[in-house]
Design a protein around this ligand. Structure first.
Ligand SMILES: Cc1ncc(COP(=O)(O)O)c(C=O)c1O
Length: 381
């Protein structure tokens, strides 16, 4: 399906709301029916009908349809955060006594789920270096039911070979889940490589305006329906209609936002590569990335986030550099309109080997503004 059609036309029902270009926000918790038979039909078909907004809401459903179409998946569930997408998807695939193989260092709260919460219910996880498919194969046991991926991860950008891992998992009846937040469906479509469930922090690029926390789970009709009737309805971490509407607004500009961020990022990296202040750059499309061929095979475009290590390891100089930048906010997250810097020294002690690492996200400012800012302030180091 054509991307412009998905973003502008798919699931829009304009003749039913006064031909308004922008859809209404159906801000209701409840839905009422004129007859008992119609009510009964809706109850019996809750996944597709409207009973109560914890299950379905027309504004949220419009967003789900667009997200599924972008992903090339049969179905999608929107939830209240990326963390909710992770926990709904992972918990839906495992029972007590079963096992997960996960890429090492997944996103913090995915890690917490698999190391702290699931062991309480007798689900154990093994974490492997995901750059070698053999590591997943070796770590799988007869009771392994899930392989958890994040490609690339969001500090050092290691990738996993999605096609090979999906083929192995399928041969063993193991479900694969990937956190695809770094890429979005416009850059990488894991379903095309055979991955079963794709989850997102839609807070990042999809919403893109730093004003909504949201998550998405994309997959087959069968798997999404199973999650809907179990974890989704039970945990109740829904996306509110108002936030779904903000996300519908945001999706219209997703391709152009990604393009701008991507183009500026490449210019910034060209500049940083020639700076004598920088020890190392981590970026999927960097020539020095040993996995660059895999990145080119799996990812359709360079994205807007990378990490550098400074040569200067003096913590007060690093802090001064971060604080002097006029166009980079010191913050977590990414994918919004604004450029961000996340200094590792906010998380580790001064003598940690990683202390000079800085993660950058490049927003929608003009490249010249960002380059001038960096040029002026790298001189501090
Ligand atoms: C890679 C990744 N996955 C998932 C999440 C969780 O998303 P949310 O903050 O929307 O719950 C984040 C949040 O920073 C993230 O960086």
């Amino acid at each position: 399906m054509n991307q412009s059609f998905i973003l502008n036309q798919l699931a829009e029902d304009r003749e039913n709301y006064f031909h308004a270009v922008a859809p209404p926000i159906i801000q209701t918790s409840n839905f009422a029916y004129p007859t008992v038979d119609e009510f009964k039909f809706a109850i019996e078909n809750e996944k597709d009908e409207h009973i109560y907004t914890r299950g379905n809401n027309p504004t949220v459903k419009m967003l789900c349809q667009k997200m599924a179409a972008l992903e090339g998946s049969e179905d999608c569930l929107m939830v209240g955060s990326g963390a909710a997408a992770i926990s709904n998807a992972v918990i839906s695939q495992v029972n007590a006594g079963e096992h997960i193989v996960s890429v090492k260092n997944p996103y913090t709260w995915a890690n917490h789920l698999m190391t702290k919460i699931l062991p309480r219910f007798n689900v154990q996880a093994t974490f492997v270096d995901g750059t070698d498919v053999e590591n997943f194969i070796k770590a799988c046991k007869p009771e392994t039911k899930l392989i958890y991926l994040e490609s690339p991860n969001s500090w050092t950008f290691e990738l996993q070979d999605l096609g090979q891992i999906a083929a192995f998992a399928k041969s063993r009846g193991i479900t694969t889940v990937i956190d695809n937040s770094y890429c979005t469906a416009l850059c990488q479509r894991p379903i095309d490589f055979g991955i079963d469930l794709v989850i997102y922090s839609a807070t990042k690029y999809y919403n893109g305006h730093s004003d909504v926390v949201a998550g998405a789970i994309c997959g087959s009709k069968e798997k999404i329906t199973q999650i809907f009737h179990n974890e989704f309805m039970t945990f109740g971490n829904i996306l509110a209609p108002q936030n779904a509407w903000l996300m519908l607004r945001s999706l219209r500009t997703l391709p152009i936002r990604l393009k701008q961020s991507s183009e500026t990022t490449l210019k910034v990296l060209d500049y940083l590569r020639n700076s004598d202040k920088i020890e190392r750059i981590w970026y999927p499309f960097s020539e020095e990335n040993p996995q660059i061929e895999l990145a080119k095979r799996q990812m359709k475009m360079p994205m807007g986030m990378f990490t550098i290590a400074l040569k200067n390891r003096n913590i007060s100089t690093i802090k001064k550099f971060c604080e002097s930048l006029q166009n980079f906010l010191i913050a977590v997250s990414w994918g919004g309109h604004e450029s961000l810097i996340m200094p590792k020294c906010a998380f580790v002690e001064a003598n940690d080997p990683q202390v000079s690492m800085l993660r950058f996200y490049i927003g929608l400012e003009e490249a010249s503004t960002i380059l001038e800012d960096l040029d002026k302030n790298l001189a501090i180091l």
